[in-house]
Ligand binder design. Structure first.
Ligand SMILES: Nc1nc2c(c(=O)[nH]1)N[C@H]1C(S)=C(S)[C@@H](COP(=O)(O)OP(=O)(O)OC[C@H]3O[C@@H](n4cnc5c(=O)[nH]c(N)nc54)[C@H](O)[C@@H]3O)O[C@H]1N2
Ligand SMILES: Nc1nc2c(c(=O)[nH]1)N[C@H]1C(S)=C(S)[C@@H](COP(=O)(O)OP(=O)(O)OC[C@H]3O[C@@H](n4cnc5c(=O)[nH]c(N)nc54)[C@H](O)[C@@H]3O)O[C@H]1N2
Ligand code: SF4
Ligand SMILES: [Mo]
Length: 690
């Protein structure tokens, strides 16, 4: 029996798994014992990775909609030709930008890079990803504050910290194997800031039960208290940051007198929290979607960064302002998808950067776009207005996951050509398309993913492909050839070729990986970036900023802040409650196209959309456990749910797991100003018995 090691393609923890394979069949899956990320553990999703494309078989051949509106199988060469002919026709008729793509953090880095080449450069189209729904806020916050989009920590910091503060993060469910390290760190005080008594709250020492979306007020108030008490690291601030005086002035407005009314946290508790931060020797702050998916999200993330800076909790063991990523290759997509930045975090509007990339690609510099893509919401808007006529969706399921998702289903009717490339042809998005391109899963791919601590890990083909099956990489190549990319594609022949190009893109950038060799990643312990040519793999758990040099022009961290603005909508008689949403269980992944294949998950999770409501509210409204309710949203839509009575939510709040279509019927068309990330976690609603 062969034993092959590969990385899990679900979440950003990036556990490695050993697959026991005989006659092209997986007999057993085991977590890799000497991989530094998971040390012999994994969660239910990783353990069942072999179930992909088994119960729900993919179509091996592409599907094309005929004149009668029915989907029929076609051979690959016809699919590529159809793609190329239709897209070119549309671009000729309506202009280059009448086509767009939406992609993902769930394919390999080589694949996102090739899509970026074919889509953004050759076709000249806009293209954004599901990372916009997820990490866009952290990206902007990092760039503005640190000068580059780089999560600075190593997961080991969770073990080394004496004060761990989670803000809008539920790692017990969402990053379960990273949580193991918190559990193992018996000396740390664990504090969780969440409006909901989440699974992480239940396992923490302290719950800061904040009012939804008031984190920014709490964080500014904490900064004010720390500064006024001189509980700050003056040397650190002076030597390594810029703009402190402005920040100090700014937070003066956020006084203790107002804090309870605005955040729900009493003066006493704010003071206690400030004191814990002050007394901690190694304080780490970890944030995820409860921060990123908000209205003033970027500034909230930066308020966390600012707290870490003023207390000198940056760049040392067990410290940091740390944003956890979500999907297995969110980081690969951020660095190499060629969407919001040019490859490897380079600037579209920098002529030298364009020239550098063009040279590597062996193309004319004027082929490279001079500006980043338009964002996701703008793509949807332009489909609605008729400016965008063709859409290519890869590895994401916007018919479920996009805000106000019923609208997505409506707007795609405006498209003249809609392509979906997915593992399955029966996702809610694929059901609507004209051309469906089926890809094999990570089990049959090669390449690399980058996890939440910037660790590159090899995707190793566990099974060989059957006749007619293609990887996303091969699909992009087929499309590129049909579009007539020509000679420039020679550089991209295989994922290994792409890896060499990616290395060159990274050269001299903070995410430099010129020292990594393709084969060196296989059966390895992974490599964290940066890893420059000549670097030695001595310490395999490395953090950024240990030298306190940042990627800004001055080399110092910038304080970025802004007055708190009122939320666009507050609870009112027609919509008295706030609906929150997020991950429901460890076993469920997003829109469930993949985890529906895991029998144990299907057995133990609810099959229909449900909403958690407080027992007092249920009593007031005469709603019983498991009764059907109708939720009406201020976005103009309504949807049915099953009520689950639970005091994990406060009386005026509701929580709906995101894994069901109905949840995003209700979410608002509200975005952060700077990141354009949707504010999924706050919408005012009403609820009634049916
Ligand atoms: N099992 C499982 N694991 C996953 C995923 C999955 O689908 N299933 N998805 C992966 C992906 S892509 C991502 S991005 C991550 C997401 O990981 P997380 O961000 O940890 O997960 P969420 O449940 O979306 O949100 C976290 C918490 O934010 C809280 N929250 C809501 N509003 C506020 C607020 O105003 N302030 C504060 N402080 N908290 C608030 C919610 O109550 C929730 O408990 O998970 C990854 N891991
Ligand atoms: N209400 C609410 N909505 C949310 C969120 C929330 O917290 N609340 N969270 C948001 C966040 S953080 C995220 S990341 C998004 C996720 O939203 P989506 O990206 O829409 O969710 P997935 O179900 O992961 O969709 C991925 C699709 O890609 C397919 N796929 C998987 N692997 C491959 C592959 O290798 N190749 C190809 N071609 N296809 C593949 C899967 O079958 C699936 O159909 O949802 C967002 N939506
Ligand atoms: S924690 Fe994440 S990476 Fe690890 S096995 Fe579970 S889903 Fe996969
Ligand atoms: Mo995400």
């Amino acid at each position: 029996m062969d034993i092959k090691q590969s990385v899990c393609s679900y979440c950003s923890v990036g556990c490695n798994l050993n697959f026991y394979v005989e006659n092209n069949e997986i007999k057993r899956v085991e977590p890799t014992s000497d991989y530094p990320v998971n040390n012999g553990f994994c969660c239910i999703k990783g353990l069942n990775l072999d179930k992909q494309q088994t119960k729900h078989e993919p179509h091996k051949k592409p599907l094309l909609r005929n004149e009668k509106g029915e989907m029929g199988e076609i051979p690959w060469d016809k699919a590529f030709k159809t793609f190329a002919t239709r897209m070119k026709e549309i671009q000729e008729r309506y202009g280059k930008e009448s086509v767009a793509f939406l992609s993902t953090g769930q394919i390999t880095t080589e694949e996102v890079a090739l899509l970026g080449f074919v889509g953004r450069i050759h076709m000249g189209i806009n293209g954004d990803g599901n990372t916009r729904l997820c990490m866009a806020t952290s990206i902007v916050a990092h760039k503005q504050s640190f000068g580059f989009d780089a999560p600075p920590y190593t997961l080991k910091d969770l073990e080394l910290s004496d004060t761990i503060i989670f803000i809008g993060a539920n790692p017990v469910i969402a990053h379960p194997i990273a949580w193991d390290r918190v559990k193992g760190n018996k000396d740390a005080k664990v504090i969780t800031i969440d409006p909901r008594k989440s699974e992480t709250v239940l396992n923490s020492d302290i719950w800061i039960d904040i009012k939804p979306k008031s984190d920014i007020v709490l964080l500014y108030t904490l900064a004010n208290v720390l500064i006024e008490n001189e509980w700050i690291d003056k040397d650190y601030i002076k030597n390594y940051s810029e703009g402190f005086d402005g920040f100090k002035n700014h937070v003066k407005k956020y006084t203790l007198e107002n804090v309870e009314e605005q955040t729900g946290i009493s003066i006493k508790r704010v003071l206690e929290l400030a004191e814990m931060i002050h007394k901690g020797k190694r304080v780490s702050f970890w944030w995820t979607m409860g921060v990123n998916q908000g209205f003033q999200a970027v500034r909230t993330a930066q308020a966390i960064i600012n707290l870490a800076v003023i207390t000198g909790n940056i760049g040392r063991e067990g410290t940091g302002a740390n944003s956890l990523t979500g999907q297995s290759n969110a980081m690969g997509s951020r660095m190499y998808s060629n969407t919001t930045t040019l490859y490897a975090g380079r600037d579209y509007n920098n002529e030298n950067h364009r020239e550098y990339v063009a040279n590597i690609l062996d193309i004319e510099e004027d082929k490279i776009p001079t500006k980043p893509t338009i964002p996701y919401d703008e793509i949807i808007k332009r489909i609605k207005s008729g400016e965008i006529k063709a859409l290519w969706v890869v590895g994401t399921n916007p018919a479920d996951s996009w805000v106000n998702n019923k609208e997505f289903k409506e707007v795609v009717k405006n498209l003249e050509f809609f392509v979906v490339q997915d593992l399955y042809s029966d996702t809610d998005s694929a059901k609507l398309c004209d051309l469906c391109l089926p890809s094999v899963s990570s089990l049959k791919k090669e390449g690399f993913l980058i996890n939440t601590e910037r660790r590159l890990s090899a995707v190793v083909p566990i099974l060989s492909k059957e006749e007619g099956e293609l990887t996303d990489y091969e699909i992009f190549l087929g499309i590129g050839r049909a579009l007539g990319v020509g000679k420039a594609l020679d550089k991209w022949k295989t994922p290994k070729h792409a890896f060499e190009i990616i290395k060159q893109f990274s050269s001299g950038m903070p995410c430099d990986i010129t020292g990594v060799d393709y084969d060196m990643l296989v059966n390895s312990t992974g490599v964290q970036w940066p890893f420059r040519e000549g670097d030695k793999l001595e310490d395999n758990e490395r953090r950024l900023y240990e030298d306190n040099r940042f990627f800004t022009e001055s080399g110092k961290i910038r304080f970025v802040y802004e007055d708190v603005v009122d939320y666009p909508e507050i609870p009112r008689p027609e919509f008295p409650y706030i609906l929150n949403s997020g991950r429901g269980t460890v076993g469920q992944w997003h829109t469930q196209t993949r985890t529906r294949e895991i029998p144990t998950v299907e057995d133990i999770t609810f099959l229909s959309s449900h909403v958690f409501m407080n027992s007092e509210l249920a009593r007031d409204l005469n709603i019983k456990d498991n009764e059907k309710v109708l939720i009406t949203s201020s976005n103009g839509e309504s949807a049915n749910f099953i009520a689950k009575i639970s005091d994990s939510v406060k009386k005026n709040q509701l929580f709906a797991p995101m894994h069901y279509f109905n949840t995003n019927i209700l979410t608002p068309y509200v975005f952060d100003t700077y990141s354009k990330e949707p504010s999924y976690k706050y919408v005012t609603v009403n609820i009634q018995r049916i």
